[in-house]
Design a protein around this ligand. Sequence first.
Ligand code: PLP
Length: 446
Amino acid sequence: MSLDLEKPIRTRPLPDEFPGVHSMDEDEAEAAIRIIRSKSLYRYYGVHPQHEVSSFEEEFARFLEARHVLAVTSGTSALHVALSALKIGPGDEVIVPAYMWVSVVAAVVNLGAIPVLAEIDDTFGLDPRDVERRITPRTAGIVAVHMNGCAVNIHRLAEVARRNGIFLLEDCAQCVGATVGGQRVGTFGDMAIFSFQLNKNMTVGEAGAVVTNDERLYRKAVAVHDAGYSRGLDEDLQMDDIASYSWGRGVRLDELRAAVLRVQLGKVETTISRMRRSKNRILESLYAHQQLSFRRRVDAAGDTSCFLLTIFPDRDSARQVNRLMRQHGIATKSPDTSNVLLANYGMHIYSNIPALVQKTGTDKRGFPWTLAENRDSVYSYAHGACPASDDLFERTQLLVVPSCLTAQDEDDIVESFHRALDAVFGSVAAPANRFTAGECLITPCG
Ligand SMILES: Cc1ncc(COP(=O)(O)O)c(C=O)c1O
């Protein structure tokens, strides 16, 4: 291999993902200070109530074109609230993708149900055919996780759920603002959840939301997220709404974070358009490489573009390209969050979650794995449980596309890809616009 192909391209780390953070400025600071000055940080009452949480809920509902939004403290708490509203418990199975985040299985297990893994396909979301194969008489629903900024095959999954009479919960934590056919993710299923944690397209550090068009589920979610009782239009507790009674989890969002989120919501389209521009520019330069393929996007125009997933023909070439690109300096300060092979992408991969592989219980009895109601739901979660996904994890490289990449950062990424690909597969003819900031080219893959 020529030494030129291995030479470092940059010494400064690439910026971290944090899409919403890069647009934070005085607007967010002013919103936070305004709320502290009001001395009214609680959503339901205060000395000078600001109604920031309810305003955020209305604005986010308008943004999604959804009927109900309930703001909560995190995406993880949103998953617990949504699955509680859907009345999941012992004896239920919930189908989850092999590629997700640990919180998805945590919510299922904490509620006493059993997670059932299903394969992902080249959308990096649930493979609808495999979901169909995993349905049993105990299946209560499906959690479709829109990973890495882009939608899964949501129309097909909604059709599978409908035909089998089970719920569809969309996890849109990584996908705020994505669309399919112009419709926002989070509006295709019975319920959806969002996260506004630091790495998300809009953020306040920690927060989340539950979304539904179903009034009944919304009322149950309100009860669970608060003290166990729904609330009326005046936000008073509705002690006579017996159908919504539950046990509260106390995961209400505060006014401070809601005020900041309202500002971030106003910036999210700009944040997405920046990432889209960078990603399309990088993608455009890679199409000449026949050996490389890309994550299939069900609707490329609706990709929020915070990540680029490249798929290699085999595990060895993936490793070699990844090693070379890291040697070139294509890495962020936190080494395991960008330019990584998916197999090493932490607890996004089912077999990297020790408590799942070992079926760790939440209490001394081994709840919920040891419950009589779950005795027929015995599954393996060790590597090999989803072989098609395992194969994709070994052959796929993940690169974050932060919302603040400069043209030089993009050039360095492109240069590194080309050098590494040339080194591993031999050179290809360079397209004319290989290193120039050309027009965005929207294609159905990437
Ligand atoms: C797919 C997915 N679901 C749920 C969550 C949980 O969100 P939070 O970190 O806000 O609890 C995350 C967080 O990264 C996620 O990526």
